[in-house]
Design a protein around this ligand. Structure first.
Ligand code: NAI
Length: 441
């Protein structure tokens, strides 16, 4: 088994900062490099990030003293120092050509037996590995952390075709046991697990909520109220979540999906924004980082605040409306099958997302447990998609799909053919495998 006891974090931006702090908090030796600056201080970029690490809120360091484990530097003067590090963790800008050129410089400098990983959120690993030396491809993996690194539990671990299993074992062990992350094993498919399903929810949500607004007058506040507590998702719901992420990032993700989704993937229908969101993107109304997206807070002179909603129909700001839900719309079991505008919308979006997830085994993960964990640890869902299906009753979902003459997703077919009632049994200690047999979680 390979041993990891030190980490070279290459790229000191948002993610590099988080990963370096996480390792330093565990007393691990960290090398922290970024591009060289032109001015007197060649390490200015890494130094600024290290300063931010000590002041950022919520804090990245458990104890300010932990900076002592981190040595800063720059790619031009200090890259050869990576020879003394076990795990070389790249967290530079998301651009396949820049990453590949960078890895060509890194590869000859690292020690035999060291592990090399990229924190890419969406570039297929095979595109990074292609044509690279065999040693590089054997020692390569994706270690996809989520932002903020110290708060989000999820780390998706992805091998390429040539990755040595020892590399995956060592990263899984170190990231779970030492760094305390929830490690999920994903495959080298576009956006891996969390973002594949999470982005389907968000991008299809923009289109489906537009349809519900046109047909039934469902407001954005109603959409967010339904897509939070009743379905077990965080309080930001749909539009609030996109405000947090930023429409520019969603646009980037949509374009990546458009390039890399399988040709028959139903998510292809939603990779482009509806006209209203495209207009928001074009005008720079991106979300919280630009002072408002779908929502904004107005501060008054007396210190009080009021919330406003950007009504998509008229393209105008208006007062935020608080929504009270009826009992029927307050829990997943009843909401999903309610014959009301709210129920039909929830079935369309949340039901659609659950069915999407149920069709992605074995494409994106070998089993349902990795998918459930990814959504709970990366997106803060109270239950994973398969746990939610169990809550509402998989048979009810199958019946509903049949009524609508829709295809039955792969894992629901497995369940049907196995004559099983639920994806988990024995209090969640066993799960339904794709062969139709139950296995221990
Ligand atoms: P960032 O923009 O905060 O930092 C990127 C770093 O790359 C900067 O410090 C910059 O100096 C450096 N850089 C820029 N151009 C470069 C070049 N030509 N050569 C070498 N270094 C260069 O980016 P962030 O957000 O930290 O992302 C890093 C990686 O992590 C990306 O692959 C991103 O997709 C991924 N990621 C980002 C998440 C996020 O929420 N920010 C979440 C999960 C993954």
């Amino acid at each position: 088994m390979r041993k990891i006891d030190s980490v070279a974090v290459l790229g000191t931006g948002t993610m590099g900062l988080g990963i370096a702090a996480l390792a330093a908090n565990k007393g691990k030796k960290v090398l922290f490099l970024d591009m060289a600056s032109d001015g007197d201080d060649r390490n200015a970029i890494a130094a600024k990030s290290l300063e931010l690490m000590q002041n950022i809120r919520p804090p990245a360091l458990d104890d300010p003293e932990n900076v002592k484990y981190i040595e800063i530097g720059n790619f031009d003067d200090d890259l050869e120092k990576i020879k003394d590090y076990d795990w070389i963790c790249e967290a530079i800008v998301e651009d396949v050509n820049i990453k590949r050129e960078f890895f060509k410089k890194v590869e000859p400098l690292r020690a035999d037996g060291s592990i090399i990983a990229t924190n890419t959120s969406g570039i297929p690993l095979r595109d990074i590995a292609e044509g690279m030396p065999e040693r590089f491809r054997k020692d390569l993996a994706v270690t996809h952390f989520f932002n903020p690194v110290n708060i989000m539990k999820l780390m998706e671990l992805v091998p390429c075709d040539d990755t040595d299993p020892e590399v995956i074992d060592a990263l899984a062990e170190f990231c779970s046991t030492v760094l305390g992350k929830g490690v999920v094993h994903a495959k080298d498919t576009v956006n891996f697990i969390g973002n594949r399903i999470g982005c389907f929810f968000m991008l299809s949500g923009l289109h489906k909520s537009l349809a519900a607004a046109k047909k039934d007058g469902l407001s954005q506040e109603a959409v967010d109220t339904l897509m939070s507590r009743p379905v077990g998702l965080p309080g930001t719901g749909l539009f609030g979540l996109i405000d947090l992420i930023g429409l520019d990032i969603m646009d980037f993700v949509g374009k990546n999906l458009d390039t890399n989704l399988p040709t028959d993937d139903i998510g292809r229908a939603f990779t482009k924004f509806p006209a209203a969101e495209q207009a928001m993107l074009d005008s720079g109304q991106l979300g919280r980082k630009t002072g408002g997206g779908f929502y904004k807070m107005i501060k008054h002179e007396d210190g009080s605040k009021t919330k406003q909603t950007f009504g998509l129909g008229k393209g105008e700001w208006r007062a935020f409306k608080q929504i009270e839900l009826s009992e029927e719309h307050s829990s997943l079991e009843t909401l999903l099958f309610a014959d009301t505008p709210e129920g039909r919308f929830a079935w369309d979006l949340m039901g659609g997302t659950l069915c999407y997830a149920a069709d992605l085994v074995p494409q994106i993960a070998d089993d349902i447990v990795n998918i459930d964990n990814a959504m709970k640890w990366g997106f803060g869902w109270r239950k994973g998609p398969f746990e939610m299906l169990d809550t509402v009753g998989p048979q009810r979902v199958i019946d509903h799909l049949k009524q609508e003459s829709k295809d039955i997703p792969a894992m629901l077919m497995v369940l049907m053919n196995a004559n099983a009632d639920t994806f988990y049994r024995n209090e969640g200690s066993e799960y339904l495998g794709r062969d139709g047999d139950y296995a221990a979680v």
